[in-house]
Design a protein around this ligand. Structure first.
Ligand SMILES: Nc1ncnc2c1ncn2[C@@H]1O[C@H](COP(=O)(O)OP(=O)(O)OP(=O)(O)O)[C@@H](O)[C@H]1O
Ligand SMILES: [Mg+2]
Length: 244
């Protein structure tokens, strides 16, 4: 569903993404794991067509990010930590507004809302105004809004930052349930435990480069590590020796 080949992106002297390649299959939760500044957001922004790569290719849902940006955008949903909502609208009104942007009819939007309510337990957020929402309530509506058009691919970028255990659980359960034979999730974070719990495979990115890519159990086994965190440090140390 996603195919990335030799992607490069620099900001002036900073090599944010260097020669990055990976693919994601349907049915997977694919982790993008790396410390602050590793290049995760830059990678996702390129895949979401918000940023052009300097070099390399990427297809998302079979569409090229450079030449078929419109089709890519209708195939994806994006959830990150800090997206604004319209204060004066209720959750339901927000979802209708965005559903209309995707050219859904009101009955189609209501059907989606019912489904998303079951998945995310939207509850009160549907009838209350966004300016009354807690952080967790906001994030539920942000997720529902991102998937109102039932996209085959969702990108999560640090989507649980600032959420308490309950709200975080709601996000994680949603991510677990979303993939299917025709759908996939890319989950970007620096929180190792979330990747361990959620992801089938993970790409570990460090200083813009891919330093490991495998299923989570294999990443741990290859380094005799009990946790992904232990494996991460072994991988990063190894890659520094190679780069030095
Ligand atoms: N618009 C920009 N202009 C200049 N430099 C940028 C820009 N966006 C990202 N960078 C730089 O590119 C590198 C990668 O940043 P990026 O945001 O992709 O990392 P990240 O893995 O998402 O980190 P975090 O975990 O902190 O979100 C960093 O060194 C960052 O300073
Ligand atoms: Mg980031």
């Amino acid at each position: 569903m996603i195919d990335v080949k030799n992607l490069h992106k620099s900001f002036g002297p900073v090599h944010a993404v260097t020669d990055l390649s990976f693919s994601v299959a349907a049915g997977e939760v694919f982790g993008l794991l790396g410390p602050n500044g590793a290049g995760k957001t830059t990678t996702l922004r390129i895949l979401a067509t918000l940023l052009k790569p300097d070099r390399g290719q990427a297809t998302v849902g079979g569409f090229d990010v450079l030449t078929q940006a419109e089709q890519v955008r209708s195939s994806i949903g994006v959830v990150n930590g800090g997206m604004g909502l319209y204060d004066r609208l209720t959750g339901r009104e927000v979802l209708h507004y965005f559903g209309k942007l995707y050219r859904l009819t009101p009955p189609q939007i209501e059907a989606r809302i019912e489904m998303l309510d079951a998945l995310l337990e939207l509850g009160d957020t549907l009838k209350r105004r966004c300016d009354e929402f807690s952080t967790g309530m906001k994030q539920k509506i942000v997720i529902a809004r991102a998937v109102i058009h039932d996209p085959p691919i969702i990108f999560f970028d640090e989507a649980t930052v600032g959420l308490d255990v309950m709200a975080r659980r709601a996000v994680i359960n949603f991510v677990k349930r979303y993939p299917s034979e025709t759908r996939t999730v890319v989950y970007s974070t620096h929180v190792m435990s979330e990747v361990e719990e959620l992801c089938d495979r993970a790409a570990i990115i460090y200083q813009g480069r891919l330093v490991a890519l495998d299923n989570v159990a294999a990443l741990k086994a290859q380094h005799g590590a009990k946790s992904l965190e232990q494996a991460f440090f072994a991988i990063v140390e190894g890659s520094q020796e190679v780069l030095a």
